[in-house]
Structures are given as C-alpha cells and as structure tokens.
Design a protein around this ligand. Structure first.
Ligand code: DI6
Ligand code: FE
Length: 418
C-alpha cells in the first residue's frame, strides 16, 4: 500500500532538540515529527502515533540539512602550486594573467573524460553530505567550449544520480575568456550555441556570470542574462568579489536570484538587493583562502533586510574547502555573523538563493524530510569548535544515509552509506 493511504507514517522522529530558528518560528519547543512520502507530515505529534519506523533522537540536536547554494565542485586536478605561489607573494589575478588560475582547471577538465570528472568530484560531494549538506548547487564554468561545458553539466547530472543529496546544476556561462579568444565572438558563441544546447538537454535551470575586471563586463553579463531569461532560465551573478563594476546593481535589476561574493559592494548595491529581493550569498571560504582584507558590507545588508546566505564556493582555485562546518565557522570568525545568521545562511537563505525555500532549508510541514542529528549543545558550537564534529545521521527524504559507527546509541540507523 502506498504510504499516503497507509494509516501509519513512514517515520516518527521523537525526543529531538529542534532549534526554533529553523522552524520559521512556528514550533519553538516541539520534539517530534512524522514523515510521509519523504516529506515532513506533521510536527508536534504524539509519541504513540503509528509508524513503520521510529527514531529516538535521545535529545540530540536536530537541524534541517544544509543547503550549499554555491559550489564549483565538479572539476579535475588541483591548484596546490598556485597556492604555494600566492604564499610567496603572487596574486590571484597575476596568476590568471600568466595563463594559470581558472585556465589551468579548464585544461584539466578538457583532458578528463566525463567518467573521470565524476570520479574526481564524487568524494568532494560525499564530504559535503557527510557533514550534513543535503542540497548542493554545482556550477559548470570550467569547460568554456560548448562541448566541454556540456560534458561538465552531464557529469553534474550524473553526480546527482549517484548521490542521495539533491543536486542543483547551474550553467556558469561566462567564467573566463579562453586564451586568444575574441571577446565578442566568445560571448556570441555562449549565447547562440552553448546556452540553447544547455536548455535543449535540460542540463540547468539557472545561469551564472563572473562579472569582474579580470572576467566579464556588466554589458556582457546583461546580454547573457537577457537571452537566458527568454529561454526560461533564472540568473545569478558572481559580483563585486575583487572590484566593483556595478554588477550587483545590474544583476539585481535583471531579477537575479542572488548576487554572490559582494566584498566590494556599496550602499547602492545593497539597496538594489533589498529592492529586488535577491539573496546576498557570502563566501567566507574564498575570502579566507585568498587572504582578502575587504569585508562584504554585512551590517548594511542586515540593516536593509537582505537575506544572507553562506556557501562553500568549493573550487580548486579560491576555496578548496569541502566542509559546510568550516563555512559556518569562517562565517562567524571572519564575517562575524551570529551563530543564528550563519545557520540560516546555510539553510533557509541558501534555499532561497536556489528558489527552493518552499522545499528545503527548514523544518516545516510539506518540506522535504532532510535533517541532521548532532550531539552538541547547540548550533553555536559550530561557530566555536573547528573540527571534531560529525552528524550522527544525515536523513534525506526521510532515509538515513550517514551513521556514526562509533556511537552505539545510533547503531540502528540503516540506509545506504553515501
Ligand atoms: N569566483 C571564484 O571565486 C571562483 N570562480 C569565480 O568566478 C574561482 C574559480 C577558480 O579560481 O577556479
Ligand atoms: Fe564561485
């Protein structure tokens, strides 16, 4: 009998400590909920409710699965040599100018087969899930040619089939200008060839553009966004990471879902985000790894009521950080987000950056039963201790995926290991 016609729910979770900030304020002190059809069916139910499976959380902290809304985790190779060069004084932009940087990963992706890309990327995705990420966005952008962008996006689709996590693919349409390419012709190829091919194969529902002095102009971004919107895709931008070209204002004006990075954003940019409802995605990993000094305008974002998401930006050049817990920690220590802001950044607001706020990123009736269990005093602990924290279990659509083998109290957790 399908679960929906069955009197008993699939799963009852009880004795959990549910943090009120992740429940939209609707349930401050509930400890129990039921799952049907992979969704949260009811919150604050009686312990005696009929259930096919019961999970006694024994007082563990229960949080929604993390939403990592900005990653570039599908790539080949690494850039350890560039990191060493930067520690010797080289700059990110200088390395890129000499043909390294993004281009070095583009070469590695070009040389890798789709299977090889998947084999190299899957452990990074698994690392995110093992620390509680249940929704992960992954961008292309290391292909640059139509053929290699499609290869990367197909690999991303297959990563989604291999992982229990929900994968949200993004076509990073303008990331770097290929060596010796003519700018105009390149942008035209992206708009007239790659973009329609991505739509035809349904490989992404959102485009992204790196709007930066070392990458693409506001006008080039605008041209891509306008065509993307005509084709029914949503838009997001990397803007104001290293300089301010006006990309945030322009992207917000073109209804971008989010503008990401924002270190060099000014008041007018913050106002544009507030006016349009776009999410500000902050990426403390890149800020940390590039040893940047210019902080995003966090107070102005707060005051303007802009939803602030945080994400890993997991990529080989500026944020080789496959750890949502490190992101929470860095958001707090470097950007001084409060523990609650950091947690909402990696749950509710991360979901909003992907237009998935009705589905994931919080604990509410009808949302996906994606949740994690932690043996820590509260979410503040993530911002305090770095390392040595692991979830007991990661539930995705009501099924357990990662179990803490060392803890006998949760040894009954089943499901496929990730
Ligand atoms: N901004 C970033 O931080 C990454 N891409 C982007 O547009 C860096 C990508 C890389 O260096 O490989
Ligand atoms: Fe990025």
């Amino acid at each position: 009998m399908p679960a929906s016609h069955d009197k008993a729910c699939e799963l009852l979770v009880h004795n959990a400590r549910i943090h009120p900030c992740v429940t939209d304020g609707k349930i401050a002190s509930e400890t129990n909920f039921t799952v049907r059809g992979g969704r949260i069916a009811a919150i604050g139910v009686d312990d005696a409710v009929p259930a096919h499976e019961r999970f006694d959380a024994k007082g563990a902290l229960l949080l929604p699965g993390f939403v990592d809304c900005h990653t570039h985790l599908c790539y080949a190779g690494n850039r350890m040599d560039e990191h060493a060069a930067r520690l010797e004084g080289a700059s990110y932009a200088g390395i890129a100018k000499r043909g390294g940087g993004i281009h070095s990963t583009v070469a590695a992706v070009a040389a890798a087969s789709e299977d090889e890309l998947i084999a190299e990327s899957l452990p990074r995705l698994e690392a995110l899930v093992a620390e509680g990420a249940t929704t992960v966005e992954i961008k292309s952008g290391y292909g640059l040619t139509p053929e290699n962008e499609l290869k990367q996006l197909r690999a991303i689709r297959r990563l989604g089939e291999l992982s229990p996590a929900r994968i949200v693919p993004t076509f990073l349409a303008l990331h770097a200008l290929p060596a010796n390419a003519d700018r105009k012709r390149y942008v035209k190829t992206v708009i007239e060839e790659t973009l329609p091919a991505v739509v035809e194969e349904k490989l992404a529902d959102c485009v992204d553009v790196f709007c930066e002095h070392m990458a693409f102009t506001v006008e080039e971004m605008r041209a891509v966004f306008e065509r993307a919107r005509e084709l029914g895709l949503a838009c997001r931008a990397h803007s104001d990471q290293l300089s301010n070209l006006g990309g945030t204002r322009a992207a917000a004006g073109l209804s971008a879902r989010s503008c990401d990075h924002l270190e060099y954003s000014q008041d007018a940019d913050v106002q544009a985000l507030a006016d349009t409802g776009a999410v500000a995605v902050l990426l403390p990993g890149a800020f940390y790894f590039l040893r940047e000094k210019q902080l995003p305008p966090i107070d102005a974002l707060r005051k303007a009521g802009v939803p602030i998401a945080i994400a890993s930006d997991l990529n080989p050049g500026t944020s080789p950080i496959a750890s949502p817990l490190a992101v929470l920690h860095l958001a707090s220590t470097l950007f001084r987000l409060t523990p609650e802001e950091a947690l909402l950044g990696l749950t509710r607001h991360g979901a909003a950056a992907l237009a998935l706020e009705e589905k994931v990123g919080g604990l509410a009736v009808g949302r996906r039963a994606d949740f994690t269990l932690w043996d820590i005093p509260g979410p503040e602990f993530f911002c305090y201790q770095l390392g040595g924290i692991q979830p007991h279990a990661v539930y995705i659509e009501g099924k357990a995926y990662v179990a803490d083998k060392f803890s006998p109290r949760h040894s009954r957790v089943g499901g496929n290991p990730v």
